[in-house]
Design a protein around this ligand. Structure first.
Ligand code: PEP
Ligand code: MG
Length: 575
């Protein structure tokens, strides 16, 4: 039994496919002894091809401008053909009975770590060279194609060190039954996508990739945060039984919650869906959402990488969303690139505090203007609202509005689409009364608001126990945003994961939030939870919660409110 964080509910039984995405991507496969020789030949062929590529690129780039680059590429060529390195990889294949990809990734990672710890800067730079060379050999081992989740065998359980948002977006949910990760936390984007796909997931499991055997059956319990790496036949039978029971329970839950969302005492709550990919559009209708409260548009961008999606491609995607959501609105968030979304920061930079979200767009006006043009064009097809991520204050909003006004003029619209602000940076929460004078609506992103207010990296399992969005400091911020919105007549929604947390739902209703946006698979559970909440009692409890000192006290207060059955939660506490 390996323990981690329960980040997406449900249980699954399937065969483990182990992938290292970080550093040099690699599948792990058990290697029978009689395949060792063939595998060694495959490795040496890939290393030869990598060497040839490096040396060819080196020759092509020599000349005054490229002499430095040429020297680096030549050095890479030498490393790729270095017999000491290749023998170490072959030795690892023999000793651990693993395939070439896995041995290459392990050896190069260990070598890289040793070099990174060296005193001399020149040695530390060598660590990067080793990583570059290993990546190139890996590319040749896989026939030149990057690893893609779409290639996984049906019925797989993806076991990985980490999963970037771009890799997560490339997964084919029909092939994968569950996800288990060494890194990540409840609100990292891989976990959010797992929930969107309805896949059980466990994150933050230390030593996972080494502990699980490739292609063997394993059980992932996303309700309890447990991975069973070599279950007995009896455990597998029990796991399969739980899978069937969960399916039946979900069916009953969906039937019970087909109507509009409201509390037990009849207060209407608007419940919309958070979507990341246009592939999720069919789930919109199935889940009875009142439109889309958050479309994380950056996944369009990540899916099109390395090129950017054209204005026409974007327009087409937004129009499809608007069509599917009718008669309800669609809130498209402009690109929240940067941060953990795969636009790589330089070593040593802190991506969460760098060029992320609106900051990234303002620094790359060509990308931002193309997106705003596509949004304005699509807005003719339905009720479209534009939401800005990572707004720090009024200045950011004004700068974005200037871009929007230019796009409106380019396209010839008579009126701009409503422009809203995500409240996810504490400065914006504290200045919401000023921002409300100029924003058309607010959507509170509790995932980042908690990350920035508590100074806790939302993806780092080492500090996940400190990640407590129910901290009263955050409730106070939410309350002041609600008051700022009410004073200026601006709607205030919550689109962070707190909106699908059994206790969070009661807290938000108590703080007078009347619009929630959650992942489609959570909608039925949220409706069910709302039906057990008395809004007046929630309001009285929220008043008390604003005056306690700890998240645990808030939880204790609200545990008195009946709440949703297990399985809805996206944020259960770490074991
Ligand atoms: C949030 O920060 O709460 C949010 C909804 O956006 P994301 O999770 O994409 O950062
Ligand atoms: Mg955010």
């Amino acid at each position: 039994m390996l323990h981690g964080l329960p980040v997406a509910p449900g249980i699954a039984v399937g065969r483990a496919v182990i992938v290292r995405f970080g550093g040099t991507p690699a599948f792990r496969r058990a290697l029978p002894l009689d395949e060792l020789e063939g595998e060694e030949r495959r490795l040496r062929r890939a290393a030869n091809s990598a060497t040839e590529d490096f040396l060819r690129h080196s020759r092509e780039s020599s000349g005054a401008m490229g002499s430095e680059l040429a020297a680096i590429l030549e050095a890479h060529g030498l490393i790729a053909s270095d017999e000491t390195l290749l023998s170490a990889i072959v030795e690892r294949m023999r000793k651990d009975r693993v395939n070439a990809e896995w041995a290459l990734a392990s050896v190069s990672r260990e070598l890289g770590r040793r070099l990174e710890a060296a005193d001399s800067a020149a040695m530390r730079e060598r660590a990067e060279d080793i990583a570059d060379v290993a990546r190139e050999i890996a590319r040749h081992l896989s026939g030149g194609e990057p690893l893609a989740g779409r290639d996984l065998p049906r019925g797989s359980i993806l076991v990985a060190d980490e999963l970037s948002p771009a890799d997560a977006a490339r997964l084919d949910p029909r092939r994968v039954r569950a996800i288990a990760l060494e890194r990540g936390g409840p609100t990292s984007h891989a976990s959010i996508i797992a929930r969107s796909f309805g896949l059980p997931a466990v994150a933050g499991v230390a030593g996972l990739c080494e502990a699980v055997s490739p292609e063997r059956p394993i059980i992932v319990d996303g309700d309890r945060g447990i991975v069973e790496s070599s279950p007995s036949r009896a455990r597998i039978r029990k796991g399969l039984l739980r899978v069937r029971e969960a399916r039946e329970k979900n069916r009953r839950l969906r039937a019970r919650t087909a109507g509009a969302a409201a509390t037990a005492d009849g207060v209407r709550i608007i419940l919309r869906a958070n979507l990341e990919l246009t592939e999720e559009i069919p789930s919109l209708e199935r889940c009875h959402a009142e439109g889309v409260g958050l479309f994380r548009s950056e996944f369009l961008y990540l899916a099109a990488a390395p090129s950017s999606p054209s204005v026409e491609e974007q327009q087409e995607a937004y129009e499809r969303l608007l069509e599917a959501a009718k008669p309800h609105p669609v809130v498209v968030r402009t690109y929240d690139l940067g941060g953990e979304k795969g636009i790589g920061p330089a070593p040593g930079e802190n991506p969460a505090l760098g060029l992320r979200g609106l900051r990234y767009c303002l620094a790359h006006p060509d990308i931002f203007d193309a997106q705003l043009t596509a949004l304005c064009l699509a807005s003719r097809k339905g009720e479209l609202k534009i939401l800005l991520p990572m707004v720090g204050g009024v200045g950011d909003l004004r700068a974005a509005r200037r871009h929007l006004e230019r796009a409106v003029a380019r396209v010839g619209l008579t009126r701009p689409p409503p422009l809203g602000v995500m409240i996810e940076i504490p400065s914006a929460a504290l200045l919401a009364h000023r921002i409300a004078l100029e924003a058309d609506f607010f959507s509170i992103g509790t995932n980042d608001l908690a990350q920035y207010a508590l100074a806790v990296d939302r993806s780092n399992p080492d500090v996940s126990a400190l990640y407590r969005p129910l901290n009263p400091a955050i409730l106070r911020m939410i309350r002041s945003v609600v008051e700022a919105g009410a004073a200026c007549g601006r709607p205030v929604a919550v689109c962070g994961e707190m909106a699908s947390d059994p206790i969070g739902i009661g807290v938000l209703v108590g703080l007078q939030i009347r619009e929630l946006s959650v992942t489609p698979v959570a909608i039925a559970g949220v409706k069910d939870a709302l039906l057990s909440i008395d809004s007046e009692r929630a309001r009285a409890l929220a008043e008390k919660a604003l005056n306690v000192s700890e998240a645990s006290e808030v939880e204790k207060l609200f545990r008195g409110l009946p709440h949703a059955p297990p399985g809805v939660s996206a944020r259960k506490v770490a074991p």
